[in-house]
Design a protein around this ligand. Sequence first.
Ligand code: FAQ
Length: 311
Amino acid sequence: ELSAEERAFQEAIDADIKVEPRDWMPAAYRKTLTRQIAQHAHSEVVGMLPEGNWISRAPSLKRKCVLLAKVQDEAGHAQYLYGAVETLGASRDALYEDMLAGRMKYSSIFNYPTLSWADIGTIGWLVDGAAIINQIPLCRCSYGPYARAMVRICKEESFHQRQGFDIMVSLCKGTPAQKQMAQDALNRWWWPAVMMFGPPDGESVHSAQSAAWKIKLFSNDELRQKFIDQTVPQARHLGLTIPDADLAFDAASGHWRIGAIDWSEFYRVIKGEGPCNVERLAARNKAWDEGAWVREAALAHAAKRAKRSIG
Ligand code: FAQ
């Protein structure tokens, strides 16, 4: 049975009225949003690592400038998202420490290595492509600060996706070795990208409640299908082969159907057993420890300024 407050809350959601930080909200709504937004923010922070790996090795000055700008954007996305999660009364530092200690998740996709330059193209094309499909509906989600943060993030993701596709076009028009590099990257990133949308609907523990609260406007499987339908023609345009022997177009429904997803791999990766989980957390912890002096200096500077303005 819903309480009177809970009923009024649900009615406002049903009427598409945004929830704002000072509004009453069920504790479980606050908790699920804190979890999702913080995981999203952590994904942006950890997501800088696979691409950061290639900044010093980008093949031209232009590619290097573009990649640098993209990675900086991810840091900016994390800032907007940590800002949004703070409006729920959560502590940014505490959430960040949960991530550093491995107590909070970040996206499974960032636990895979970037072995060649083609991986940078593939991340932009597939990972940012998947991120856009997941995040466009979030611009209309029920929590105001999250929805508004997503608008700007989606605009930037769209630039990211194009830079990735542009790298793929260049490689696919290049030498046979370059084309092979692009195919190899697609072979390694395709299934992890398909898994980014989360477990199948039947196994998605949070979906029903998040849908009722309009945090999720489409299910994991619906968004995954959109991604597949969008990406298969792009792969064909590039002349690349999706690594799935069962991939087939279903004329009756107008959708591309994929073969079976190896969910055991997904669950291994989110348990901390993916190829790079240990390395990613070690890199973030190292950066946090080495940044201690910057945080101390910033606090000392702020204290000095506050003293001066009082005096
Ligand atoms: N990785 O019940 P559900 C980016 C967990 S894009 C790890 O379906 P929910 C841009 C889930 O947390 C990536 N864990 O969960 C970029 C839950 O575990 P919990 C970030 C996953 O929340 C590009 C359990 O499985 N985007 O960063 C994943 O309703 C390039 C059960 O799952 C977002 O975070 C996964 N892939 O739906 C940056 C978008 N999937 O928490 C740099 C916002 C599921 O109970 C470079 N988030 N789990 O311990 C969402 O839309 C949702 O949270 C879903 C999952 C759809 C990800």
